[in-house]
Design a protein around this ligand. Structure first.
Ligand code: 5GP
Ligand code: ZN
Length: 114
C-alpha cells in the first residue's frame, strides 16, 4: 500500500487544485502558498527525491523543468520571473517524499534561504 500523499492526489483519492495534467506529470496549487504564485509540479511515477534519479530519468526531469517554466509564464511570472525549487531530504527541507518542483512567484523572493 502506498501512503504517499502526492500519489493520492494523482489518483484522486484526496483533492488537489490541479492546474495541469498529462500522462506523465501533474501540477497543482500548494496547500500552504508562500507566494502569490505557488504550485507544485510532480511526476506521476513515484520517485522519492531528485537524489534517487539516474540517466533513465533524464527525459522526464527535463520535461518537468520545461513544463514548470511554461506554467510559470501562464501564471503571470513571465516578465518578472519566478523561483524553481527542489527540496531534497532532511537538510534540503523535503517534507513530502515524492519528487516535486516548487514554482514560486508574484513577489520578490529573498536569497539566500534561511
Ligand atoms: P517540501 O517541503 O517537501 O519541499 O514541500 C512539500 C509541499 O507540499 C509543502 O509546500 C506543502 O505545503 C505541500 N503540501 C503538503 N501536503 C499537501 C496536500 O495535501 N495538498 C497540497 N496541495 N499541497 C500539500
Ligand atoms: Zn508518491
Amino acid at each position: 500500500m502506498n501512503d504517499c500523499i502526492f500519489c493520492k492526489i494523482i489518483q484522486g483519492e484526496i483533492p488537489g487544485r490541479k492546474i495541469y495534467e498529462d500522462d506523465d506529470m501533474l501540477a497543482f496549487h500548494d496547500i500552504g502558498p508562500q507566494a502569490p504564485v505557488h504550485f507544485l509540479l510532480i511526476p506521476k511515477r513515484h520517485i522519492t527525491s531528485i537524489m534517487e534519479t539516474g540517466d533513465e530519468d533524464a527525459l522526464l526531469i527535463g520535461r518537468l523543468l520545461v513544463k514548470a517554466q511554461e506554467l510559470a509564464k501562464e501564471s503571470g511570472c513571465g516578465e518578472k520571473g519566478a523561483r524553481f525549487v527542489i527540496n531534497c531530504k532532511e537538510d534540503g527541507g523535503q517534507t513530502v517524499d515524492h519528487l516535486h518542483i516548487h514554482v514560486l512567484g508574484g513577489r520578490p523572493l529573498a536569497w539566500p534561504p534561511g
